[in-house]
Design a protein around this ligand. Structure first.
Ligand SMILES: Nc1ncnc2c1ncn2[C@@H]1O[C@H](COP(=O)(O)OP(=O)(O)OP(=O)(O)O)[C@@H](O)[C@H]1O
Length: 732
């Protein structure tokens, strides 16, 4: 049995993994795979290059394959119609901030300003006298009672809901009238429904508060469901599965004992497609949707899926890549004719396809890879829209699973989204904060045009971005504009110096703008096209060029990949030894992602960031820029209606250091990186020489000293014994 099989992975998948040379699951895989296989929602926070992709792909592929197999054998369609779901609070028919615990019998909302409600999974229709108990378990505001499926979740605010609130008011159709008396923490409210008389009443701690509502005739034939609405409160419910605290009045029965022919299932929140039809008969309805923030990353993940599933036969899993830059007609054709089980895509193209081509009615897995990036890019609304279209529970009782990953998951946006969409998610948080892997040596070099005046006399230099074309930047002056232009010139030189000093023959180089990338590419070609062979990857390059350039770099046909943040996240280039930040990113999490392109899968990597000591004027084309930068030469500052701003890298450096709670090592402009005593000499791009972790290396170093100490200790004890105890013994 392989190590992966021990974590519950199918032998066919484990075989594919073994072929990649993976012997053991990484930490995140060891924690994540069983959780996803177990059916939970998971937030995976782990360092860059730690193997998060497989941590979610492997279990998803496995469950999708098993589901397909069940469908093929007819098992999945044989969902018992004779057993109704248990009487619990529905996880589908509930407000955004209305949490239902795993037993389904305790509910809570911590929203202070709004009411959030929920309904039971089952209701009753027809006749009989029914009751359930609601115990207030915390301070806060609450209303309990009965509602039909037409009622809003804010119980009592329309004619379909009948509630009794803690302030001692009953409410229906927004009419709040005094009733009974106020109740609060530890009080037990018994909710009674008499379908024979069309009457609703309540007891407080067993005391009958009298009739509250008479249900009008039109509504009497509707199904009624236990309902609760809360504002920063918590309630425990008992539908009769355990003994009630207070006996029901004569003739009333616990609601959960409703006979099957009177029981109605709560279908609110189910997709219209999945209430009474087979689990999988639509070709365009995948089981899993994985969203990635960039085309390149989506392609990479899709090819991982292909790798992992290759030994799974009968049935074969069909995956589909849904990204821009590929003819949408091909994707539509695949959806309509070939069928799809797993979709990997970027938000934009997914959005196009859900307009009628792609159905989410069978979706069981919703994965947001690089989730903080997706949310920061403004896809919150789209994610919520997709989520709304997915059934929260399938007819075979399986819950939608959400998996959310990133190396920088500790973002406010992520926590907010998780609270809203995820169901009791488990955090797998190996470090407890955003962190840089030990395998990444990251250093900064200050670019100080006041100290280093070499920019005054450069014969060949990089073409700068032209932000100072309207400024007076004659050399000899020390104005902020002159120093800013000088920084741009110096950075071109420093990049080359870093490459030469470390004999870099493979590196990824991040620039702030597409124009900066193009200028650096041109400069490399100018000084030595062979020695500094390079390609660019950014949003202005055509899709096929982007793909070809990344391929050329991966296959080592060129030495350098010059890119914007499109390649900051997730891109996995085997054994990449070096990366250079020409400019620090203004988004601190992107620093972690950029430098995380090296030091992956236990290989060592060096990341050098150039940091200007003076503010640098840069392009900043916001929504106000009609062309979004294309042929825009408005060099005025944004405050002055222009498209430029002053970029303060020292401030960004401070922000990054504060966020990571470290001081990043500084090296001098000679680019020499001092050897770390602990690591000894490292070869970037390779695993550490002394195999194993630093801990082992340290242990090996310490072993002779510890041995010596043990020997001395033993000698000291013998001397002590001889001197004192032997004397005493002799005296005795
Ligand atoms: N169990 C394993 N054993 C050996 N190598 C592995 C294992 N799991 C993953 N890898 C390798 O580690 C590298 C990083 O994996 P992956 O791209 O999934 O990282 P990640 O955690 O998603 O990183 P990022 O946060 O940058 O996206 C890949 O080259 C992958 O092939």
């Amino acid at each position: 049995m392989t190590a992966f099989e021990e974590f519950g992975v199918l032998p066919e998948i484990a075989k594919a993994v073994e072929e990649l040379g993976w012997i053991l699951p990484t930490d995140i895989q060891a924690e994540g795979i069983p959780l996803v296989l177990g059916g939970g929602d998971v937030l995976m926070a782990a360092e860059t290059g730690s193997g998060k992709t497989a941590a979610f792909c492997l279990p998803i592929i496995q469950i999708v394959w098993e589901t397909l197999k069940d469908i093929e054998s007819g098992k999945a369609n044989r969902i018992s119609k004779s057993t109704s779901p248990p009487w619990t609070m529905s996880i589908m028919d509930r407000g955004n901030a209305f949490a239902v615990d795993p037993t389904g019998l305790r509910v809570q909302s911590r929203e202070l300003r709004e009411w959030h409600g929920g309904r039971c999974t089952c209701g009753v229709q027809g006749s009989g006298k029914w009751g359930f108990e609601a115990t207030v378990t915390d301070e806060g505001l609450c209303r309990v009672g009965w509602s039909t499926l037409e009622a809003s979740l804010d119980l009592g605010t329309d004619r379909f809901g009948f509630g009794f609130g803690g302030t001692g008011k009953k409410s229906n159709n927004k009419q709040f009238d005094n009733y009974g008396e106020a109740f609060g923490k530890n009080d037990v409210i018994t909710c009674l429904l008499d379908l024979d008389k069309g009457e609703i009443a309540f007891l407080k701690n067993g005391i009958d508060l009298g009739s509250a509502f008479t249900v009008d005739k039109q509504l009497r034939n509707s199904a009624f469901f236990p309902a609760v609405v809360l504002k920063n409160a918590e309630i425990a419910l008992n539908f009769g599965s355990t003994k009630f605290k207070y006996t029901l009045p004569t003739g009333f029965c616990p609601i959960c004992s409703t006979p099957r022919d009177l029981t109605v299932i709560n279908t609110n929140g189910y997709s219209s497609l999945d209430t009474n039809k087979s689990t999988k008969n639509a070709k365009n309805a995948p089981f899993a949707v994985i969203i990635e923030p960039s085309r390149e990353l989506a392609e990479q993940t899709c090819s991982q899926v292909k790798n992992f599933k290759k030994y799974l036969e009968n049935p074969k899993i069909k995956e589909l890549l849904v990204i821009g830059g590929i003819n949408i007609k091909d994707q539509i054709y695949a959806l309509q004719n070939e069928g799809v089980d797993i979709i990997v895509g970027t938000p934009g193209r997914l959005e196009d396809l859900i307009q009628g081509y792609l159905s989410l009615a069978n979706c069981r897995f919703f994965v947001l890879d690089e989730a903080d990036g997706l949310l920061k890019q403004g896809y919150t609304e789209l994610i919520e829209r997709l989520y709304r279209q997915m059934p929260k529970l399938t007819t075979d009782g399986r819950r939608l699973q959400m998996i959310v990953c990133s190396a920088t998951l500790h973002a406010f946006e992520v926590k907010k989204m998780a609270e809203k969409l995820m169901h009791f998610p488990t955090w797998i948080d190996l470090k407890g904060e955003d962190a840089v892997p030990e395998t990444v040596h990251h250093v900064i070099v200050k670019v100080d045009p006041q100290k280093d005046r070499s920019w005054c006399s450069l014969r060949k230099h990089i073409q700068t971005d032209g932000v100072h074309s309207q400024d007076n930047i004659r050399p000899g002056m020390n104005s902020p504009e002159v120093l800013s232009e000088a920084v741009k010139l110096l950075k071109g030189e420093y990049v080359v110096k870093a490459i030469d000093e470390h004999n870099m023959d493979r590196a990824i180089i991040f620039c702030r703008t597409k124009l900066d990338c193009d200028n650096l590419e041109r400069y490399f070609k100018l000084i030595d096209a062979k020695k500094y062979s390079c390609v660019c990857l950014h949003g202005d390059r055509k899709p096929h060029e982007r793909k070809a350039n990344l391929e050329a770099f991966k296959k080592e046909q060129v030495k350098f990949l010059i890119c914007t943040d499109v390649a900051a996240r997730g891109i996995d280039i085997t054994e990449l030894p070096f990366m250079i930040n020409v400019t620090l990113p203004d988004e601190k999490s992107n620093y972690v992602h950029r430098i995380g392109r090296v030091g992956r899968a236990e290989r060592m990597g060096l990341a050098i960031s150039l940091v200007s000591t003076v503010p640098e004027k840069v392009w900043y084309h916001g929504e106000w820029c009609k062309t979004r930068g294309r042929n825009c030469w408005n060099t005025r500052l944004t405050d002055d209606g222009g498209c430029c701003m002053w970029y303060n890298e020292m401030q960004y450096l401070a922000d990054i250091e504060e966020h990571l709670n470290i001081t990043i090592q500084q090296i001098q402009p000679d680019m020499k990186v001092p050897c770390d005593e602990f690591d000894g000499k490292v070869v970037y791009g390779q695993k550490r020489k002394l195999t194993g972790s630093t801990y082992q290396t340290h242990t090996v170093q310490m072993a002779p000293i510890v041995k010596e100490l043990a020997k001395l200790e033993s000698e000291a004890q013998i001397i002590f014994l001889k001197r004192h105890y032997l004397k005493i013994c002799r005296r005795v």
